[in-house]
Design a protein around this ligand. Structure first.
Ligand SMILES: Nc1ncnc2c1ncn2[C@@H]1O[C@H](COP(=O)(O)OP(=O)(O)OP(=O)(O)O)[C@@H](O)[C@H]1O
Ligand SMILES: [Mg+2]
Length: 492
């Protein structure tokens, strides 16, 4: 059932008070306005802390404070009343009491009170008085309908739609995660003055999505496609991912499999944690969103808790999707930040346990000692993998991957030997060495040779040497808590 239908149902069911959780203030307001017009041939009453109660354009005297505004609603004979940003007022016991009183005043009259906020923050004692509606971002069906209405509109003015059914669905998919306003805006912009509508609009919509996510501040919609062939080694992890390739298909549900919830990859820096998560989305053909916990905590996108919840909602509305939480520990376990850390952690843990939306969480962590035990308990992540330094065979593969990427002829290099002398080097360090060697050769206007590489490997020390103690610690911690991402035994 769409959120609009839910509001309609709540009105028909005659709930005196309804709590609407939504990011789409304008959409909810318009909807209630239209319901108010058809029920009473009259405007909706809207209260906000800044303007008091308004009916249409008219401000009503003596309704600036929420208590007075609620008295006004209690005394009314009929009408719909919308109270905005209600969450911050419900901490006040007087307001809580006033809502209870209001309930009894209005319950036998054609008066409805709608309280709206972006988060559900209903005090225990009010729970029995409110019906709660989660007014989600628009569903796929709603967006599909919207796309169709735009397309038929522009066909009327002579544009040619050369998109197949599948392309139209893809347009709707690209709009998932948008509010209705944003979707309208993006469609008008992308279709503006176009004569022929073809697959190029899909790319433009994806670009719009990137922009909107950027505005969101904490979420990034990632479009670069990294495949598992871009990863050297990590065979156990790849195997796990390949086996779950069809995990989000209807066939998997029919077979009796649950939707996978998430994967935590922890381990040594520069060994492929982040690229592994990127490859999940490509392999499973799902959209990928990166949530930056540092930005969430910075407050740049509003109060951390709200930013976090909104981000989860956006990703949920675009599901099935992969949500990438990079360096999860940076936000979640800092014991010295404010209460919001604990609240977000609590919220996240419950969400991990309960969400059914088809959002697959791909989390990575370096400072595993900082992760709280609750996060690692069974039922949160489907699997926890430990990524170690690459073994000898894996390093050969890493060379192969990066040579191929840079169009370097592998045949001219003795890969087993290169793998031999890079014992203790991470994938990222090997990549950096190749790049340095290439610059060296490029400046001398010749092809890169094995010698260029040898020089670098023999003259520098990998991080694993200076961090030996720390690596030992990470390994022993991971030993009985995580599965090894690769089957190759470590050499050091
Ligand atoms: N196993 C690997 N195969 C191919 N490339 C690798 C591998 N490991 C690392 N790299 C290269 O090193 C770069 C860094 O890897 P990545 O970001 O995945 O490391 P990470 O484990 O997430 O490190 P950090 O803990 O520093 O975030 C990648 O862009 C990739 O090119
Ligand atoms: Mg990383």
């Amino acid at each position: 059932m769409s959120a609009t239908d839910e509001i309609k149902k709540a009105i028909y069911a005659k709930y005196p008070m309804v709590y609407v959780v939504s990011w789409e203030e304008k959409r909810v307001e318009e909807l209630l306005e239209s319901f108010s017009r058809s029920a009473f041939q009259d405007n909706l009453y809207v209260w906000s802390a800044t303007e008091g109660m308004k009916k249409g354009k008219d401000k009503l005297d003596g309704t600036q404070g929420i208590l007075d505004a609620l008295s006004f609603a209690s005394n009314a004979e009929k009408g719909f009343f919308l109270f905005k940003d209600i969450q911050s007022f419900l901490a006040d016991p007087l307001v809580v009491r006033k809502f209870k009183d209001t309930y009894f005043y209005i319950k036998n009259k054609p008066v409805r009170v709608f309280a709206m906020s972006v988060l559900l923050k209903l005090p225990e004692e009010l729970k029995r008085y409110f019906a709660v509606i989660d007014y989600q971002l628009p569903s796929f069906d709603e967006l599909y309908e919207l796309v169709n209405s735009y397309l038929s509109e522009i066909t009327k003015r002579g544009a040619v739609v050369s998109l197949k059914e599948d392309g139209i669905s893809q347009m709707a998919v690209a709009l998932q995660g948008f509010t209705m306003d944003e979707a309208n805006f993006a469609l008008s912009k992308v279709l503006h003055r176009k004569e022929i509508i073809d697959t190029s609009v899909l790319d433009q919509l994806k670009e719009e999505k990137k922009q909107i996510m950027r505005k969101e501040g904490v979420l990034e919609f990632i479009t670069d496609k990294l495949t598992i062939d871009d990863i050297g080694g990590l065979d156990n992890l790849k195997d796990w991912l390949i086996k779950r390739k069809r995990a989000f298909s209807p066939e998997a549900r029919e077979y009796g499999l649950d939707l996978p919830r998430g994967l935590l990859i922890m381990g040594i820096t520069g060994c492929g944690k982040s690229i592994s998560i990127k490859s999940v989305a490509t392999l499973w053909e799902l959209p990928l969103f990166r949530l930056d916990m540092n930005l969430v905590y910075s407050g740049i996108a509003g109060p951390p808790e709200e930013a976090f919840v909104r981000a989860l909602k956006v990703v949920e509305s675009a599901s099935p999707a992969v949500l990438w939480l990079d360096e999860i520990e940076s936000g979640i376990t800092d014991k010295y930040t404010a209460d919001s850390t604990a609240r977000i952690l609590g919220y996240f843990l419950t969400w991990m346990q309960e969400h059914r939306g088809g959002v697959f969480v791909g989390a990575t962590a370096n400072r595993i000692d900082m992760l709280p035990a609750e996060l690692l308990r069974r039922g949160r992540f489907d699997q926890i993998f430990f990524v170690d330094l690459p073994g000898r065979k894996e390093r050969e593969e890493v060379f192969r991957v990066h040579f191929r990427k840079r169009k370097i002829d592998t045949a001219k290099f003795n890969l087993p030997q290169l793998a031999q002398i890079t014992k203790g080097w991470s994938g990222s360090e090997i990549e950096q060495a190749i790049i340095s060697a290439m610059y060296e050769a490029f400046n001398q206007e010749r092809e890169m040779s094995e010698d260029d590489l040898f020089k670098i490997f023999t003259n520098s020390v990998p991080l694993s040497t200076t961090m030996a103690e720390q690596i030992k610690k990470i390994r022993s911690w991971a030993h009985d808590r995580a599965a090894r991402a690769s089957s190759e035994k470590p050499e050091i």
